[in-house]
Design a protein around this ligand. Sequence first.
Ligand SMILES: [Zn+2]
Length: 135
Amino acid sequence: MDTYNNLGDNIYESIEQGKFDDPKMPQKPSKDCPSCGNYQGIHNNNNFCPSCGTEIKTNYQKSVEEYQKKIKDYRKQCMAQIEKFKQAALSYVGVPIEHPKANKLFNMAWNNAHSEGLSGVVMEMEELSELLTLG
Ligand SMILES: [Zn+2]
């Protein structure tokens, strides 16, 4: 089991290894008929596939409910990955998680550099964290 500290010790390596990657995004349920695949989407009050007569709407609604559950899980897992990254990155730049500016530091670095990837965020944090030691 990885601890935040040893993920943080080699943070660039941990990033390379995908330790903070998002989980796989769940697939959206298909609007086509699960039996014949011919039906092009759910609309109006058509409960049955016009090609093969399979009940469509109920199946689709079940799939949508499952998908919504999976999406909730997926978002939770994404948040957990960000939290894991945050703790490891703070550990790497030597700012304790309980530092009153730790969240601000992380959020600023994230907003400034997230488009350049997680390594960019860490580099930004390294620069910004110098400001914390000035006062
Ligand atoms: Zn069908």
